[in-house]
Design a protein around this ligand. Structure first.
Ligand code: ADE
Ligand code: ZN
Length: 392
């Protein structure tokens, strides 16, 4: 993707929503709308940890105050509790989902929320350790979520597959058991093994999870790994060398190691970058300080995602609009992000091909209409053409 051509770019969220796109780094646990949370709490007779109006302001609730070791914790709002405090909030919230109907409902709502941002396909991360009513029944949770996603697709909402996520703090034996269960049950819509959680609190865990990820690979599951957020470049090296990650969730701290940047380029490994999440959790001071544009300019495959949009009070189209405004991206660059999101996703090849073709058609129409073209004096952005090497 070329460097931005201008900082004066006319592009708004309406135009962004029209771009067919995928989201590849979003946690189902981070997508519960406030109304859904209140409804779940009421259905289960559970008291809120604080006023409804500030429920997502995690640091204001005593239950989620900052532990001694956590990533971030220097920003305001959600971020003040640090990543570990935030993950405990997710435990509380997902603990409200107790029946198969409730699980299907949150999955369906997720697909509706994604569709509203112009997202046509999602790889959604689900970490069952947050869903405490389902401990020991994780495969049943997967089936309940799949039922909601099936209904969503039948209703014309976006297609979603699941990346089943381990938590960093789990043991090697637990991870092995998870993979054995996935390989045995083959729950519908589960296409990948993932790992998330706070690496700063857990330490280096590549070796611990090596066997589980190798077994997942042998069983035909994709692999996506959180690294280079709560860990430095060493976490990304481990994800590549030990876990055979096909995609890195975050990965932004790779910028600190030129050899690693080169490795990502050489192996064409995409990053699932989430600038708002990183800024909110205190990794970077603001969007301007975020390494996203430097990674793009270096030639790393970058996708632009939300991570946990509900508690971060955002949507994907809103965050793409911020990226356009802060980094000077025009329609060509945003179409490039849309193409990268589709090719980097774990969607099947037919869907990828269809979405890329649709994207090319939308982009050609938008350029003809002058949408998102830099201001006078700068040449119009060329039409996005799918890269033949990446089109399945
Ligand atoms: N789970 C949900 N959001 C996460 C993040 N930003 N990092 C690690 N694990 C997560
Ligand atoms: Zn994440």
């Amino acid at each position: 993707m070329p460097a931005p051509v201008s900082t004066a770019v006319r592009i708004d969220e309406q135009d962004i929503r029209r771009l067919p796109k995928a989201e590849v780094h979003v946690h189902l646990e981070g997508t519960f709308a406030l109304a859904e949370l209140l409804r779940l709490a009421k259905e289960n007779g559970v008291r809120l940890p604080g006023p409804a109006a500030t429920i997502f302001d995690v640091s204001t609730h005593d239950a989620f105050t900052m532990p001694e070791v956590t990533t971030g914790g220097t920003a305001h709002g959600v971020g003040n509790a640090g990543l570990s405090g935030f993950l405990r909030f997710l435990d509380w919230q997902c603990g409200l989902v107790r029946t198969a109907e409730q699980a299907a409902r949150v999955a369906y709502s997720f697909a509706a929320r994604q569709t509203a941002s112009g997202i046509r396909y999602s790889d959604v991360i689900v970490n069952p350790t947050h869903w405490n009513a389902w401990q020991g029944r994780e495969m049943a949770l997967m089936e309940a979520l799949a039922a909601g996603l099936d209904e969503a697709e039948q209703d014309g909402l976006c297609v979603t597959n699941i990346a089943y996520s381990l938590l960093r703090a789990q043991s090697a034996a637990e991870a092995d058991d998870v993979v054995a269960a996935l390989a045995g049950h083959r729950p519908s819509r589960v296409v990948a093994l993932s790992i998330d959680g706070d690496e700063k609190a857990s330490g280096r865990t590549g070796e611990k999870f090596r066997d589980a990820f190798r077994a997942a690979e042998a069983a035909g599951f994709h692999r996506t790994v959180h690294a280079g957020e709560s860990s430095g470049p060493e976490g990304v090296w481990d994800a590549l060398d030990l876990l055979h990650a096909e995609r890195i969730d975050h990965g932004v701290r790779s910028i600190e190691d030129p050899a690693l940047v080169q490795r990502l380029i050489d192996d064409a490994v995409p990053l699932g970058v989430c600038p708002r999440s990183n800024v909110t959790l205190g990794l970077y001071a603001d969007w301007a300080a975020h390494p996203l544009p430097r990674l793009v300019e270096a030639g790393v495959r970058v996708t632009l995602n939300t991570d946990d949009p509900a508690p971060l009070a955002t949507t994907l189209d809103a965050d793409w609009a911020v990226a356009a405004a802060v980094y000077g991206y025009g329609h060509e660059e945003l179409a490039g992000f849309a193409a990268e999101s589709i090719t980097a996703s774990f969607a099947n090849d037919d869907l990828k091909r269809d979405l890329l073709a649709e994207l090319a058609a939308v982009t050609a129409g938008a350029v003809a209409a002058g949408v998102g073209v830099p201001d006078a004096g700068v040449a119009p952005a060329p039409v996005f053409e799918p890269d033949p090497e990446r089109v399945p």
